[in-house]
Design a protein around this ligand. Structure first.
Ligand SMILES: [Zn+2]
Length: 285
């Protein structure tokens, strides 16, 4: 290799390391990332026996760029899904929930661990996901919404919707004036990276409901795409209420995770009542 060729190669390598907006070396200690404040030290690289010091970009920038790239690739798919399922489907209440602002209470530890683990290993082509079940109001929806929010931040196309809302959405397409058809919705449910169904089993069951829920799950199953679900019912109760076809499909796709905590909502309500009784006792009310 000629001297010029090796210089070209080195420049190319340096370019690769410092591309995406890296600055030139202005400080021997490194640069402070303008986004997260981390001090990013310079990096010494050696090519063909020659050393050069370069300034890499912060990991937070690389991460953002990767998410941006994924978002760009997902653009069309996302557009179709978003057209049918607004981000607001997550609901204001759950828009900002994360694993960090999840209140850990006795019985929630495992669910939290498994939810986090699922996000860290997320692969849209791996159909093995999770079914959180347990008492109403004990944090299952918070965990499912945190999974949604974490994966959306990574650029994935995720649909989060309660079973009741989903069925209502499909029913609304039966109206002749509706712009979307049932097939449009089912297609969007099939192509999203992850479908999160909140509160499965809360809906009133009819033949149509049974058939539709089965069709949604089965389509995902056939595409090898994951479903995360939450339910106030045990798996046996799901079987009794929704039938064995839905129960079997669901369990083929989801690892049941029992969230053993008691109702957080009930706990808060009890605390408020206790507080009020105290105020009454002490004559403050
Ligand atoms: Zn940074």
């Amino acid at each position: 290799m000629s001297h010029n060729q090796s210089t070209d190669l080195m420049n190319q390598l340096v370019d690769n390391i410092t591309k995406n907006g890296a600055t030139t070396l202005s400080n021997p200690d490194g640069v402070v990332c303008v986004h997260c404040g981390t001090l990013v030290p310079p990096l010494e690289v050696e090519v063909l026996g020659r050393k050069r010091t370069v300034q890499p970009v912060c990991k937070c920038v690389t991460k953002l760029q990767a998410a941006e790239q994924k978002r760009f690739e997902n653009y069309q798919r996302e557009k179709d899904v978003r057209r049918l399922f607004a981000i607001s489907d997550v609901g204001n209440r759950y828009q900002n929930v994360t694993f960090t602002n999840f209140t850990v209470r006795p019985g929630t530890e495992n669910s939290l661990k498994l939810a986090k683990h699922y996000v860290s290993r997320f692969n849209k082509e791996n159909p093995n996901a999770l079914l959180f079940f347990g008492e109403p109001g004990n944090g299952k929806t918070h965990l499912a919404a945190a999974v949604h929010n974490a994966l959306v931040a990574q650029g994935h196309v995720i649909v989060f919707i309660s079973m009741t809302d989903l069925l209502n959405k499909i029913k609304s397409t039966f109206n002749k004036a509706a712009k979307e058809t049932q097939d449009d919705i089912l297609k969007a449910l099939a192509v999203c990276d992850l479908l999160i169904i909140d509160d499965i089993g809360a809906e009133k069951i009819s033949d149509w409901v049974e058939e539709t829920v089965y069709r949604i799950l089965d389509t995902r199953y056939r595409c090898n795409r994951p479903v995360v679900a939450t339910s106030n019912l045990t798996t046996d109760e799901i079987c009794a209420k929704l039938g064995s076809r839905i129960h079997d499909r669901l369990l083929e796709m989801c690892q049941p995770v029992y969230n053993a905590a008691t109702s957080y909502r009930k706990e808060l309500a009890q605390k408020r009542t206790q507080h009020l009784s105290k105020l009454i006792q002490t004559g403050e009310i």
